[in-house]
Design a protein around this ligand. Sequence first.
Ligand code: SF4
Length: 731
Amino acid sequence: MHAATAINSQVKTTCCYCGVGCGMLVETEQVSGKLRIKSVTGDPAHPANLGRLCSKGATLHLTAQTHVYEQTRAKHPEWRHSKDAARTRANWDQANELVASRFADIINEHGPNSVAFYVSGQILTEDYYVFNKLAKGLLGTNNIDTNSRLCMSSAVAGYKRSLGADAPPCNYEDIDRASVIFITGSNAAYAHPVLFRRIEAAKEKNPALKIIVVDPRRTDTAQAADLFLQILPGTDIALYHGMLHLMLWEGWLDQTYIDAHTEGFSDLKALVKNYPPKTVAQLCGISESELFEAARLFATSTATLSLYCQGLNQSTSGTAKNSALINLHLATRQIGKAGAGPFSLTGQPNAMGGREVGGLANQLAAHRDLGNPAHRREVADFWGVTDVAEAPGLTAIPMFEALRSGRLKAIWIVCTNPAQSLPDQTLVHQALEAAEFVVLQEAYTNTATAPYADVLLPATTWAEKEGTVTNSERRISRVNPVIAPLGESKNDWQICLDIARLIEKKLERPRRLKDSSLFNFTTAEEIWLEHRALTKGRDLDISGLSYEILDTQGPAQWPYPEGATEGQARLYEDGIFPTATGRAKFLTEDYRSTAEATSARYPIALTTGRLRDQWHGMSRTGTIARLFAHAPKPAIDLSAADAQRLDLHNDELVYVTSARGVQVLPVSITTSVRPSQAFVAMHWGSEYVAGHAGKSMSLGVNGLTSSARDPISEQPELKFSAVKVTKANLP
Ligand code: SF4
């Protein structure tokens, strides 16, 4: 399925934006002898979207056609030999040799933990696999983490601790089978639009379906709710414990299921006695009747499906929030049956694939644990290396802290933009300035991280790549190339392999046990087959699946073991969980407040999130004029009460100041936030927000956010920063 066979034809591939993982049909045409993408349409045969596409997916072909696109794509390698110099064009041999030499020299002098990799949920499973093997296998460092740390690591930890495995038990069809949909910490209308349309369609078909939305903001998702709980920021755990308190009191629990399939309930029962309705309602800022109705609907429906996302995960209590929500499902047996279960939505298109290959600093391939000596030995033997290091690697934020302090010398950043997306941007920019050597593997040059790169390695992007991705419902889909790579750009896995083979020859203390290279792959499929072999016998076993099956029969869910004829739609229908005892665990963790509190100095709680029509740092969506129609410019959403108190009007510029920085933004007075709360979209970078004053203002909203993080998942608290808002007296 290569570009040459795609002339004037239709190619099936997968949308590269979000974790819904929509299938699409791409039509091509010949224009002046050049193969171009003519259109994209939703693939009616793909189970994730059934032919639907959202505004981002439906304009994806335009991102590959514009003049801006041609200007902003990285088309050939670039390098520089001193920090003061401008990068100049290099050829691939020169760039590869420089990266391999610098990485090998630094490792030879300072050891393997002096280098790190910061990768992305945008890359394909095959790309993720080889980078993980390079870091943990060849180099002997676990310093590989991903921008998915910012969006789903609390969900990973939540599933593992409560249910025994990082495996979402549900699928999208459960939306059509649910009686109650409990959307908590998710603005699905914007972040997962096609899924939200499926919810709307389910409601149209079945008006008895109840939709409950829990969110500090009155979002477009909340507009569709039968019951909307506008809780105060960060109070989710108190809400869930309060609901369980009521369920206990009212006798709405399934004691038979609790006794047969779970453990730890008595401790939780004792804890939630401390969450009576009046206390919880006050703490959460809702009424007791709203709390009661949420508990009643959740517990007594025939099938309750929870959908949750960053509102739970991006928190210093993110893991505990996930566990507290899963407690509700276990206690009411809203799990292991059609239309029910705790369903975490992944933000990026392949955050799930990264989890499968162990592409995080604390994971190993195929859901193996870094802390388990037997798992480390299995992987080391499989790869043919001396060992896999025991100590967890640096997760996203500590990675940049180590770079700033000099403990880490070199970083290889793959298809992500930390100089905009990580919290506490002052730290990140200082870290990138302090780094001895920065490699950036990217498809675009218009990112805030690009100026820091000592070497730029041009990567292919959507419509040029081949491999697989896994969406939120464990469904693996093929990604197929439609057009030839632009310029000299190469697939991410190819770039990794070329440099890995050079590094193999330069290491003074080789860890490889065999004579041949660890990276003797020539196609994406060969990489996938090695990944597949590592999954055999594991909870995500895909030993019965192949590229051919995916191409001929369509996308499939894991597990898909040898001999299977289809993937497994739902998990835990037999009530047996992959824990040591076979029972799911009730986790007993108290509500705790956010890391920062509002104060007299910083009286407003700022939260961040997505817009409907933009994606991440806007490298792609920012090149499409029509995608600005919905939200044409950055703004800070404030309540009318705050605007009046501060004597502010729509579009008036304000300083937004936190303990970490200051931004200048126009005001948007809205009913979506309560008094003393504010919202700024995450997408706007320096080119939109800067220009009013000094450098500290040119960091986007993450110049304000905090790097405080969950102690288990290490996910940062992007959903809460204490800020003050004052009139901007600009010249
Ligand atoms: Fe792409 Fe997500 Fe929109 Fe589907 S919902 S078209 S995967 S951005």
